[in-house]
Design a protein around this ligand. Structure first.
Ligand code: SAH
Ligand code: SF4
Length: 402
C-alpha cells in the first residue's frame, strides 16, 4: 500500500480519469447516504443518467454483499471498478482485539481512522450478545462521553470525539465479517446472527445526532443491511430537546436511562437531570410518536444497593410511568475498577421486580452478559484519551511506537 500522506486532494473540479495518488486522499464511501454516494459518483465524472443505477449497484455491493474491494464488485464494469478504486475506499474500523465470554458474548476493540498523521486512531468497543432466537449488537456512538453518570465506566472517559456515520455502520459491518454473516458465507439470508441493534455502547447517541441518524438510515435501508427500525433501540440518558427530533427523524425504538424515581437521586446518578429534570423527560416520552402497546419505550433502571432499590422506589416507578406504553428493564449494576456503588442483593432485585411484575410489566430483569470480559452494560471504556494540544505536538514529532 502507498505510504499514508497528510495531503488531501480536492477532486471536486476533476472530470478526468486522473486518480489521487495516496490512500489518504481517497474518500471512504462507507457511511455515505444514497444521495451522498450519488454525489460522489458525479464528482468523478459519471454521466448523470447513470448515477441512480450505479449508486444502487454500489450500495448492494457494499451493504448487501459486504464487499470492500472494488475488484470484487463484478456487477460493475471493469473500467468503473478501476476508476472507483482510484478515487475511493470502502474502509471499516480495524479490529485491535476480540474477546469471547464464557456465555458466548463477543467484544471487539476497534481502532478508528486517525485524525492526526503519525498518531494511532482512537478506539471504541462493540459487543455482540447472542440469545435464543436473536442476536443483539451493542454499538458505540462516541469515543468517551461528555456526560458523567456516576455509575458508568464510560462516564469516566472524557469525550475524545464523535463517531462518523461510517464508523457507526462500520461496527455492524465488522461484526458481520467476524461472525461470517455475509451471503457468500453460505448462510441462509433469513437465518441472521445480528437481528437487533442497541445504541447502548460508549457515548450519548443524541449528542451525535446527525451521524447516528444517517447511520441508522443506512442500516435500516430496505436494500442492503435491511434491519428494521423496530429492531433498533436508541438509548439516551435524557437529552430532552433531542428526543422529539429523534422521533421525527430517526424513528427507532427508544430507551430512557431513568435509574431513579425523584430528581434528588437522579441528579446524583445522571447529572444531566439538573438540566432536564424528570417531569420534562417524562413529558417528552409521552409525546414520542407512534407509541402503542406493541411499540413501547424501554425504561432502564440500574439496581444500586441502598441508593434506588427500595420497594417504595419500585412503587413510585410504576406510578410515574402510568399512561406511558412502557417496558421496564432492571439492570443489575455491573461493577468496574474503582466504581463507587454496589449491585443490589439478588433478593432485593427479585422483590423490586415483583412489584414491577404485579403492575403488569413482564420479566423485567436483564441478565448481565459478558461480565468476565468487561462487556456488560456500562463497563465499556477505551484507553483513548483526549490529548492536550501540547502533548499532541510532542507525540506527532516523535516516532509512533505502534
Ligand atoms: N449514553 C446512553 C447509552 C449508553 S449507556 C445512555 O446513557 O442511555 C447504556 C446503558 O447502560 C444505559 O442505560 C446506562 O445507564 C447503563 N449503564 C451504564 N453504566 C452501567 C453499569 N455500570 N451497570 C449497569 N448498567 C449501566
Ligand atoms: Fe454517557 Fe450513557 Fe455512560 Fe451516562 S450512562 S456517562 S450518558 S455513556
Amino acid at each position: 500500500m502507498a505510504p499514508q500522506m497528510a495531503t488531501s486532494l480536492d477532486i471536486s473540479h476533476r472530470k478526468t480519469e486522473a486518480a489521487p495518488e495516496t490512500a489518504a486522499a481517497r474518500k471512504n464511501l462507507l457511511g455515505l447516504t444514497r444521495d451522498e454516494l450519488g454525489a460522489a459518483l458525479a464528482l468523478i465524472g459519471l454521466p448523470k443518467n447513470q448515477i441512480r443505477m450505479r449508486t444502487t449497484q454500489l450500495w448492494n455491493a457494499i451493504y448487501t454483499r459486504g464487499q470492500s474491494d472494488f475488484a470484487e464488485m463484478t456487477t460493475l464494469s471493469k473500467e468503473l471498478r478501476e476508476k472507483l478504486a482510484g478515487h475511493f475506499v470502502v474502509a471499516r474500523p480495524e479490529i485491535v482485539t476480540e474477546q469471547k465470554s464464557v456465555d458466548g458474548t463477543r467484544k471487539w476493540l476497534l481502532r478508528l481512522a486517525s485524525d492526526r498523521p503519525g498518531l494511532p486512531g482512537p478506539e471504541v468497543e462493540t459487543v455482540y450478545i447472542p440469545e435464543e432466537g436473536r442476536g443483539t449488537l451493542c454499538i458505540s456512538s462516541q469515543v468517551g462521553c461528555t456526560l458523567t453518570c456516576t455509575f458508568c465506566h464510560t462516564g469516566t472517559q472524557k469525550l475524545v470525539r464523535n463517531l462518523t456515520a461510517g464508523e457507526i455502520v462500520g461496527q455492524l459491518m465488522v461484526a458481520r465479517d467476524a461472525l461470517g454473516e455475509w451471503p457468500n458465507s453460505g448462510r441462509n439470508a433469513d437465518d441472521r446472527l445480528v437481528t437487533n441493534i442497541v445504541m447502548m455502547g460508549m457515548g450519548e447517541p443524541l449528542y451525535n445526532f446527525e451521524n447516528v441518524r444517517d447511520a441508522l438510515d443506512i442500516v435500516s435501508d430496505g436494500e442492503g443491511l435491511s434491519l428494521s427500525k423496530r429492531r433498533i433501540t436508541l438509548s439516551t440518558s435524557g437529552v430532552v430537546p433531542m428526543i422529539e427530533r429523534a422521533g421525527a427523524e430517526i424513528g427507532s425504538m427508544l430507551a430512557i436511562s431513568l435509574h431513579a424515581v425523584n430528581d434528588e437521586t437522579r441528579d446524583k446518578l445522571v447529572p444531566l437531570n439538573k438540566k432536564y429534570p424528570m417531569a420534562e423527560l417524562l413529558e417528552a416520552c409521552r409525546n414520542y410518536p407512534g407509541l402503542s402497546n406493541a411499540r413501547r419505550i424501554t425504561f432502564e433502571y440500574v439496581m444500586l444497593k441502598g441508593v434506588n432499590d427500595s420497594l417504595a422506589d419500585a412503587k413510585e416507578l410504576v406510578r410515574l410511568l402510568k399512561g406511558i406504553p412502557a417496558k421496564i428493564n432492571l439492570i443489575p449494576f455491573n461493577p468496574w475498577p474503582g466504581s463507587p456503588y454496589e449491585c443490589s442483593d439478588w433478593a432485593q432485585i427479585e422483590k423490586f421486580a415483583d412489584v414491577v411484575n404485579r403492575a403488569g410489566y413482564a420479566s423485567p430483569v436483564r441478565t448481565p452478559r459478558g461480565r468476565d470480559i468487561m462487556a456488560a452494560c456500562g463497563q465499556l471504556k477505551s484507553e483513548t484519551v483526549k490529548a492536550r494540544a501540547s502533548e499532541r505536538f510532542k507525540k506527532a514529532d516523535a516516532q509512533p511506537s505502534a
